[in-house]
Design a protein around this ligand. Structure first.
Ligand SMILES: NC(=O)c1ccc[n+]([C@@H]2O[C@H](COP(=O)([O-])OP(=O)(O)OC[C@H]3O[C@@H](n4cnc5c(N)ncnc54)[C@H](OP(=O)(O)O)[C@@H]3O)[C@@H](O)[C@H]2O)c1
Length: 420
């Protein structure tokens, strides 16, 4: 029997696509606090282009990008897409998913209906001249992030993705664990393995800011898998053990220092002197945590404004500060004397390409990277868990939302069918 709308977890016959689906929807009139912006609605199920895949979503991962989407700042994602010709007046977010391939476009060859997949969030146009020329698609002009800059993300019963975004689900993982790691994991993988000349090497010391966070928890494990030595920075006693269990060789509690923020002017002897004293003390703490007087070959940056002066000071001669965010602010300051005299690299990095996404997925399949799932939410808690993230009250590691999977702990589609 086929229906126009299925309940959550009521699995349709394989390949049957109902015309409507349940989704957690953001609308412009509701922009504001995430707890109010997301609402459950019935919407049309998306239709596919030739290289698109429809995924029956079992679980979705939670990321900061949809806090911004819910608030409508710094951009209105709906208006931005409408300007490009999209007709929908709503946003379905969600940039991480695990699920089943339910329908494929006519030119899709890499996956088939019934495959169990995880989805990475890097999208680009197949006919983009940059992509056709074989260059890195992660820096193609058409590159954009699925479930943020695109519609039809994973906070819905069905998600629309491009064929190359699909990777095999690690067979041993629950649906919710499988949905938790890809966005942060692939971003961290590119930061550590993607920038030739400064990729992490065996024995390399690496300074990881926010070691207990989504990105940081992935970075510690990726450094360890490559034979490097991660020293994590955290605030909070309970996060110290968390980072050590993930494989950090040492952990620094940033609350012991107070030289944070923008760099004082170099000509102001007094203020600059105070800052330098703090930065040197932090450097000594790094050596102590590492167990050796060696500077980090890579500094894994994302707090931005408050930490960048220290990151630049700390980085080894010829090393790299690699940055993917400015969580504490965007006004970067650094002392250029350390930068040029010691020939350091300051590298921006944003998500990942297919090979890098596969790189982290292979590490997860091999059991070398744990998804660090800390908490699982129900579908109707989509707004609530984004609100926790907005207020920085979310737990260490990564969070996931159950979509069609009716309860935590299920691993296959048969588990889901049996659970109902
Ligand atoms: N460009 C990309 O492709 C990309 C991909 C993923 C994420 N991001 C961005 O990266 C940032 C981090 O993401 P996430 O998922 O790791 O977030 P998260 O789980 O909230 O972790 C961020 C960590 O930053 C640390 N932190 C907060 N304030 C700090 C400060 N003033 N100084 C030093 N550290 C501070 C916190 O650790 P402690 O308090 O323990 O130090 C926290 O655990 C977000 O802005 C996100 O949007 C970008």
């Amino acid at each position: 029997m086929t229906k126009d709308l299925y309940e959550l977890g009521e699995v349709p016959d394989l390949g049957h696509v109902p015309p409507t689906m349940l989704a957690q929807v953001i609308r412009q009139a509701r922009f504001g606090e995430p707890k109010d912006a997301f609402q459950r609605e019935v919407v049309p199920t998306p239709t596919l282009g030739a290289r698109d895949v429809l995924v029956y979503v079992m679980a979705a991962g939670v990321n900061y990008n949809n806090v911004w989407a819910a608030m409508g700042i710094p951009i209105d994602v709906i208006k931005t897409r409408q300007k490009k010709g999209e007709k929908e007046d709503f946003h379905i977010g969600g940039s991480d998913a695990s699920g089943i391939v339910w329908q494929v476009g006519k030119d899709v060859t890499n996956v088939k209906v019934g495959d169990e997949v995880v989805v990475h969030c890097g999208m680009w146009d197949h006919d983009d001249p940059h992509v056709l020329a074989g260059k890195d698609p992660a820096i193609a002009p058409s590159q954009h992030i699925w479930g943020y800059e695109s519609n039809w993300g994973s906070f819905a019963q069905f998600a629309k993705v491009e064929d190359h975004q699909c990777l095999p689900k690690p067979p041993a993982l629950t649906w919710e664990a499988a949905a938790a790691y890809m966005l942060v994991g692939a971003t961290a993988y590119r930061m550590l393995h993607g920038w030739q000349g400064n990729t992490v090497q065996p024995g390399d010391p690496v300074l990881v800011w926010g070691g207990a966070g989504g990105l940081g928890s992935m970075a510690i494990q990726i450094v360890k898998a490559a034979g490097g030595r991660a020293v994590a920075v955290v605030s909070g006693d309970e996060k110290i053990d968390y980072c050590k269990q993930l494989g950090a060789v040492g952990v620094i509690d940033r609350r012991r220092f107070n030289h944070w923020g923008k760099l004082p002017r170099w000509s102001d002897d007094l203020e600059y002197g105070v800052w330098l004293k703090g930065a040197r003390a932090f450097g000594a703490a790094f050596w102590e945590a590492l167990g050796e007087k060696k500077s980090p070959a890579i500094v894994f940056e994302h707090p931005g404004e408050t930490t960048l002066p220290t990151s630049c000071f700390m980085c080894d001669t010829g090393g790299m500060i690699v940055i993917c965010a400015g969580t504490t602010g965007f006004n970067a300051t650094l002392d250029l004397r350390y930068h040029w005299m010691r020939q350091k690299r300051f590298q921006g990095s944003h998500f990942a390409n297919d090979a890098e996404s596969k790189g982290v997925n292979d590490l997860v399949i091999a059991g070398k990277v744990d998804p660090c799932l800390s908490r699982t939410f129900a579908f109707d808690e989509t707004g609530a868990c984004h609100q926790l993230m907005r207020e920085n009250l979310h737990p260490s590691g990564n969070m996931a939302i159950l979509v069609n999977s009716p309860r935590p702990g299920l691993v296959s589609v048969d588990d889901v069918r049996r659970a109902r």
